[in-house]
Design a binder for this molecule. Structure first.
Ligand SMILES: C[S@@+](CC[C@H](N)C(=O)[O-])C[C@H]1O[C@@H](n2cnc3c(N)ncnc32)[C@H](O)[C@@H]1O
Length: 286
């Protein structure tokens, strides 16, 4: 496996994922009681958008992602919340300019809003990426970094002692079997901790495959499942036309966030006029 998220950091898929991740974290923080944030495919936590890994021989992807929101003064509050966090991240690393220099991965999105009772657990399989993650969070309170298979985290970390958890499953989808691996891990996770909030990101490359995944996942669950998708284009020449998020046990208010934010994201992240979005309850909330 040689997936390098640095090529994609800050692109439209990261914006979509991290905007909704932040809404989920904020929703869980409406209650004072702490929770576990478990990131099964955490990446390295920080991406230098000016580094060789992000370019320059490749066209950078961030301008069509975070770049579209960076300078906008009148963002809807939830998008403003997300951009403010990315700005704070840049400020901590030496300053802010007319373009983002660093992009925070999901671990830092969670760490920047972490409260004292919240615990963070990051799993990353690639040793080099895990090493960076270790360094980033060395001494950071309430945080554990594991170099290992994130699918093992369901067994290792659940149920959490807080009896509250948000689990982000964000694999690279390089292997054919990734959808099956997610389903098997979720079986284990939900058996061990049925009331957890699970957010699963997926790319929309082949429509039939993602429809089958959404259907298979929802058909075996009794927990509520909300699905959200953004397609930046319908152009058949483009391989990854969009991405989606499935949220099992979405917290109160999250469906309203999705409903309000999808049009705002589609408008800003569209690659062309065929961009679209959709959301639905795959398993309705009782
Ligand atoms: C899409 S990236 C994660 C991005 C990160 N969640 C974020 O939003 O910033 C996927 C990561 O999963 C890692 N990975 C691949 N297979 C894995 C596995 N079985 N367990 C844990 N990590 C894995 C890759 O090395 C890569 O860093």
């Amino acid at each position: 496996m040689n997936y390098r998220h640095a090529f994609h950091a800050g692109n439209y898929a990261d914006v979509f994922k991290h905007v909704f991740l932040l809404r989920l974290l904020r929703a869980l923080q409406r209650k004072a009681k702490g929770f576990l944030y478990l990131d099964t495919h955490a990446g390295r936590g920080v991406y230098d958008l000016a580094s060789a890994a992000a370019g320059p021989e490749r066209t950078p992807e961030w301008p069509a992602g975070i770049g579209r929101l960076w300078q906008e003064a009148q963002l809807p509050p939830a998008l403003g919340d997300y951009v403010a966090l990315v700005r704070e991240f840049n400020e901590r690393r030496g300053g802010i300019g007319d373009r983002p220099r660093f992009y925070p991965g999901s671990p830092w999105i969670a760490a920047l809003v972490q409260r004292p009772p919240d615990r963070l657990a990051f799993w990353e399989q690639q040793a080099g990426e895990a090493r960076v993650l270790h360094t980033e969070f060395d001494g950071w309170r309430g945080t554990a970094v594991e170099c290992g298979d994130g699918y093992d985290a369901f067994r290792a970390a659940l149920p959490p002692r807080e009896r509250r958890a948000l689990v982000l499953v964000d694999p690279p989808f390089e292997d054919q079997g990734e959808f099956e691996a997610i389903l098997a891990a979720l079986d284990e996770g939900l058996r061990r901790f049925p009331s957890g909030v699970y957010a699963i990101w997926y790319p929309v490359t082949e429509r039939a495959q993602t429809e089958e995944f959404r259907h298979t996942l929802s058909a075996r669950l009794r927990q509520p499942v909300l699905g959200a998708e953004l397609a930046v284009t319908a152009n058949p020449q483009v391989r990854m036309k969009g991405c989606g998020l499935l949220v099992i046990n979405p917290p109160w208010g999250f469906a309203d966030d999705v409903k309000a934010l999808l049009p705002a994201l589609t408008e800003r992240l569209a690659a062309d006029s065929s961009a679209s979005s959709r959301w639905e309850w795959l398993v309705p909330s009782p």
